[in-house]
Design a protein around this ligand. Sequence first.
Ligand code: CA
Length: 224
Amino acid sequence: MATVLVVEDDAFVRAALVRHLSDAGHAVRSVGAALDALREVTQVGCDLVVLDLGLPDLDGAEALRMLRGVTEVPVVVATARDDETGIVRLLNSGADDYLVKPFSPEHLNARIAAVLRRTGGAGATPLLRVGGLVVDPRRREATLDGTALDLTRREFDLLAFLAARPGVVVQRKELLTAVWQQAYGGDQTIDVHLSWLRRKLGETAAKPRYLHTVRGVGVKIEAP
Ligand code: CA
């Protein structure tokens, strides 16, 4: 299992990729633009990137070059063009492998497994530390004052997303997109998960230590 970042602007394709990769046991994050991908790999990190080449903000080769400028994380390029020269150029510019669209989930999984085997899953994922809280996005483990926290997948994703942005008020809309991969949804979903997470961190909304709700805006994590 690995933490995979899917970079794909087509919402339908992206949702399908997220579903396939989650089914294969990976922890999946997704973004729709190259600059968001850059921010995600530098701030949160991941074990592997699946990069669509037709993105709205940057040309595929340029996106790859910028990613390579900040991280050694393996990149599997997804291209719509079966163009040998272009593919060779991308492999030379730092792509670890490629897939020509449309590809099957099995094919994608096999390529990802092969790339991770080859690279030893050597993503440059940093540990996230906020006070006594340590979050390891790569191993999907979190400890509080040295004690392991038993978190569900969503609780972990929520905690890791916030811990990558200490002191920053994260908007609910952003949480829905990043953690739930939904463009819209009920605030209740977030509130319920926050309250479970709070309980595991040994705090309450009335007496927060790490998790602070900013009414009408969002949530932030901060060392007590
Ligand atoms: Ca595209």
